[in-house]
Design a binder for this molecule. Structure first.
Ligand code: AMP
Ligand code: MG
Length: 417
């Protein structure tokens, strides 16, 4: 069957995407241990411990407004006014610490601690200030504009869970409870390289038939938000001894190897036979388009993903197949990307058989309603379609095409509309 078009094989031989992911997840383990990092370095890392807050946030009763701290018992009856004496000021960071008697109030600013006796903040716009006095009327609502201890976070509360990928809000929360260092999972080491005799590194002169190697740059970008340790191993020609040497070197220094290209059934496709010789191999033909052939296996304890060479296939197989496995290895809680049902504005060609990840443009009309349009040519070498797209249109295996107006499932990338 060498040189046969594997795209023409019976679909019953193909493994479903969900099943492939399930098998992978069953085969990989989270990285062991933990390391401590200063807070800023924890962005995007995976939390290795549950975080309990040692304190209430806010810590004190705090004013939410610029105004006056008063006792609600001093609010006058409807139709009358009250005149209160201003006896001091509570600034943010400089509380007013004296006792306030009936008929007295304190000037107060946003973020300042509310003195003990007042229970209400009157906005400065609501008072008539006359020298050392303010005049208020009945329009004031008791207990307004005070933030209470523990409103946000209570002492002892578990605020962040082990396995969470830390985001900007989390860094802020950790700082607010006084965290200097945080315990995160060690970085998974991911070695990656391209294979192909036709590929040349950037900066070299191209001979006829050669092209600049681009998949490593795409992979670099795909790996970055995962905060793994990327190990770029360059370009390897389609020769078994060279592949063996590269695989051996990579497996010594990494937890995961990702290659692109050379994984199909052509005479120059040597990734799978090389992996077979050096370790254990599962060769899967996955019922997905693009990205059918995928070699998964191990060299020693190192996990190996041989992705197809076409640039769009690299991205689709990485995002749908490799990423979930990497997330588990990183020790992250497993989450799936958002998928939405939206109407499709364009006609989409599709043959029944494989699950397709077509490139789409999600857009919003004047009323805020979402819809998607196909990105034109969907071949697996059209990387510009991936660049234009802001979502995958995910078409199930049995779908035989989409008419304009049909509802389709989309998986948005990081989308700003
Ligand atoms: P292969 O899977 O090795 O048969 O490659 C499929 C197609 O993808 C061929 O047209 C290759 O030239 C192209 N390709 C493979 N690897 C890369 C790469 N790293 N950068 C750009 N194109 C590539
Ligand atoms: Mg090749």
């Amino acid at each position: 069957m060498k040189n046969a078009d594997i795209c023409a094989e019976p679909h019953s031989d193909l493994l479903g995407v969900a099943e492939a992911v399930e098998r992978l997840l069953a085969d990989v383990e989270p990285v062991q241990g933990a390391e401590r990092t200063p807070l800023k370095g924890a962005m995007g890392r995976i939390l290795a411990e549950d975080i309990l807050s040692p304190v209430d946030i806010p810590r004190h009763r705090i004013s939410a407004m610029d105004g006056y701290a008063i006792r609600s018992s001093d609010i006058p009856a409807v139709g009358s006014t009250a005149t209160l004496t201003v006896v001091g000021t509570s600034w943010a960071g400089r509380p007013f610490q004296e006792r306030l008697e009936a008929g007295q109030c304190a000037r107060i600013f946003t973020g300042a601690v509310v003195p003990e006796q007042p229970d209400t903040i009157v906005m400065q716009e609501q008072v008539d200030r006359r020298g050392n006095h303010i005049v208020i009327d009945a329009d004031i609502t008791p207990y307004d504009h005070i933030r209470h201890p523990g409103d946000d976070i209570k002492a002892g509360q578990r605020i962040l869970e082990k396995g969470r990928q830390l985001d900007a809000a989390d860094l802020g929360i950790l700082a607010s409870i006084g965290t200097v260092h945080v315990s995160v999972k060690p970085k998974v080491r991911v070695a990656f390289f391209s294979t192909g005799d036709e590929l040349r590194p950037l900066g070299s002169a191209l001979q006829p038939g050669e092209l600049y190697e681009s998949n490593r740059y795409t992979l670099h970008g795909l790996l970055q938000p995962l905060t793994v340790e990327p190990l770029d191993m360059g370009v390897i020609p389609d020769r078994q001894p060279e592949l063996e040497r590269a695989f051996a070197e990579a497996s010594d220094i990494s937890d995961v190897i990702i290659t692109t290209g050379g994984v199909s059934v052509g005479d120059a496709d040597l990734v799978k036979p090389t992996l077979e010789q050096m370790g254990r191999v599962n060769f899967w033909k996955i019922a997905m388009k693009p990205g059918k052939p995928l070699a998964y296996g191990t060299i020693g304890p190192c996990r190996f993903f041989g992705l197809p060479g076409n640039p769009v296939s690299v991205m689709v197989t990485f995002l749908e197949i490799v990423r979930p496995a990497l997330m588990k290895m990183m020790g992250a809680q497993l989450k799936s990307p958002l998928r939405l049902q939206v109407p499709c504005q364009s006609r989409l060609k599709k043959a029944p058989g494989r699950q397709e990840f077509q490139r789409g443009l999600l857009a919003r009309d004047q009323n805020g309603a979402l819809s998607v349009t196909g990105c034109g040519a969907q071949d697996s070498h059209i990387l510009s379609s991936m660049s234009r797209a802001n979502c995958f249109i995910v078409l199930p295996p049995d779908c035989a095409g989409v008419e304009a107006g049909d509802s389709v499932e989309v998986e948005p990338f990081d989308v700003m509309l």
